[in-house]
Design a protein around this ligand. Structure first.
Ligand SMILES: C[S@@+](CC[C@H](N)C(=O)[O-])C[C@H]1O[C@@H](n2cnc3c(N)ncnc32)[C@H](O)[C@@H]1O
Length: 249
C-alpha cells in the first residue's frame, strides 16, 4: 500500500492510541479506522467499518441541544438520536447532562445492528449507568414507542447518490455507504423523518437535522404545523435544519 504524509493531528492520534507513525501502510485509510478510536466533544468513541467517523462540525448539534435545554429549563429532557452510528451525538449529550446532574431519557437508534453494537459499547464505556438509554434498531422512527420527544436529532445519510463516486477516497472507500448515501437528491431519509415529526415531537420540541451544504429549505417538505430554518456550522456553512412547532420561536 502506498505511504502517505500524515498531518500532525493524525500523528498525534496514532501515538495516543499506541500506534507507530513511522511505518503506517495506510493508503487512504483514515487513522481512526486503524486505531478504532475517534474523538468527539472531547470524548473517546470506538469506531469501526460499520460506523461513520464522527465529524467536528456535528459537535454543534450537541451545543445547540444544550442551549435549548438551558433556555427552556427542561428538567428531564427526552431525546431521540436517529441514525446514531457510534452514538457520538446522543452519548455526548448524556455525558454532559450527567455532569450537570440533569435527569434524561435518550433513545439511540440505527438501522444497522452492527452500528448499534458500537453505540452500546460506547455507552458502557462513557457512562456509569445506561439505565436511561434505550437502543432501537429501526428504520428512522418506525420501531419507536409513540411517545413525544423534547428533542429529535438526526445525522442521517445526506450525500446525493450521484456524488458518492466523487467523494475523497478516504471517505468513499472506507466509510459505510449506509452512512453516506441519502438517495437521488440526498434528502430522501430526511424528508421521510420530517414527515413523522408531528407524531414524535412535543408541542414545545425541537428537531435538529444535519444536512448537505448544497441543500436549502426548498429541498425539504415541512409539515404545515411546523416551521423550519437552517443554521450554519462552525465553518459558517449551512448545515443544520432546525424544525419546531409553528407557534414557538
Ligand atoms: C451520517 S451517519 C451519522 C452517524 C452519527 N450520528 C454521527 O453523527 O457520526 C448516518 C447513520 O444513519 C444510519 N442510517 C442509515 N439509514 C438509516 C435509516 N433508514 N434509519 C435509521 N438509521 C439509518 C447509518 O447506519 C449511519 O449510522
Amino acid at each position: 500500500m502506498p505511504k502517505r504524509v500524515l498531518t500532525p493531528l493524525e500523528v498525534n492520534h496514532l501515538r495516543k492510541h499506541g500506534f507507530s507513525d513511522t511505518n503506517p501502510s495506510l493508503g487512504e485509510k483514515p487513522v481512526e479506522y486503524l486505531t478504532g478510536h475517534a474523538e468527539f466533544c472531547g470524548l473517546d468513541f470506538l469506531v469501526n467499518e460499520s460506523t461513520l467517523i464522527p465529524r467536528l462540525e456535528s459537535e454543534k448539534i450537541v451545543q445547540l441541544v444544550e442551549q435549548f435545554i438551558a433556555n427552556h429549563e427542561l428538567t428531564h429532557p427526552t431525546i431521540a438520536d436517529v441514525g446514531t452510528g457510534s452514538g457520538c451525538l446522543g452519548l455526548s449529550l448524556a455525558v454532559s447532562l450527567q455532569k450537570k446532574q440533569i435527569p434524561y431519557t435518550i433513545y439511540l437508534s440505527d438501522i444497522s445492528p452492527q452500528a448499534l453494537d458500537v453505540t452500546k459499547n460506547n455507552a458502557s464505556r462513557l457512562l456509569p449507568s445506561t439505565v436511561n438509554l434505550f437502543f432501537e434498531q429501526s428504520n428512522l422512527l418506525e420501531n419507536f414507542p409513540k411517545i413525544k420527544f423534547d428533542i429529535v436529532l438526526a445525522n442521517l445519510p445526506y450525500i446525493p447518490s450521484k456524488n458518492i463516486s466523487i467523494l475523497d477516497a478516504s471517505v468513499k472507500d472506507f466509510e459505510p455507504l449506509l452512512a453516506l448515501d441519502g438517495g437521488p437528491q440526498g434528502t430522501s431519509l430526511i424528508n421521510q423523518l420530517i414527515k413523522t415529526l408531528p407524531i414524535f415531537l412535543s408541542d414545545l420540541g425541537l428537531a435538529i437535522i444535519e444536512i448537505d451544504d448544497t441543500h436549502t429549505l426548498k429541498d425539504f417538505t415541512v409539515p404545515n404545523l411546523l416551521s423550519a430554518k437552517i443554521e450554519p456550522d462552525v465553518f459558517r456553512v449551512p448545515r443544520f435544519l432546525m424544525i419546531s412547532p409553528r407557534l414557538r420561536k
